[in-house]
Design a binder for this molecule. Structure first.
Ligand code: 5GP
Length: 120
């Protein structure tokens, strides 16, 4: 079952160029841009260009090409930001228990320093 998607969420507005973002990279299926409130020296968000609410929605409803291009862009950002050597953290918050604020699926890429333990 596909979750209901809110077309007025802030990432949908970024995709429609209604609000600006600091673009890092993009491909046919995904866009990467800086988080507006960075939690680490490097904090990049990667979002699919099509409308998916969450990880679960994306993984179950996107076609395989879209899934491949999404994860390829995550990898390309890691290379571009040169954090593959020292390490990084990928996070996706999902739903109420995950404290997801923006209801458009996204991966946080965090790096540039030791990030400490996962949950404090
Ligand atoms: P969530 O809690 O949904 O996983 O994270 C949403 C993220 O989106 C937060 O880290 C927040 O700082 C970021 N964010 C919210 N609004 C904007 C915006 O208008 N532009 C950008 N670039 N990031 C945003």
């Amino acid at each position: 079952m596909k979750s209901k998607y809110d077309k007025n969420n802030v990432f949908a507005k970024i995709l429609r160029s209604e609000i600006p973002c600091n673009k890092i990279l993009e491909n046919d299926s995904a866009l990467a841009f800086s988080d507006i409130n960075p939690q680490a020296p490097i904090h990049v968000l990667v979002i699919p260009k099509n409308a998916y609410v969450s990880f679960y929605d994306f993984t179950n409803n996107a076609d395989s090409r879209e899934v491949e291009l999404f994860w390829r862009l995550v990898n390309d950002v890691i290379l571009k930001e040169n954090i593959h050597g020292k390490g990084f953290r990928l996070i996706t918050n999902s739903g109420d228990h995950g404290n997801q604020d923006v209801p458009h699926f996204h991966i946080h890429i965090l790096g540039g320093k030791n990030l400490g333990r996962m949950i404090n």
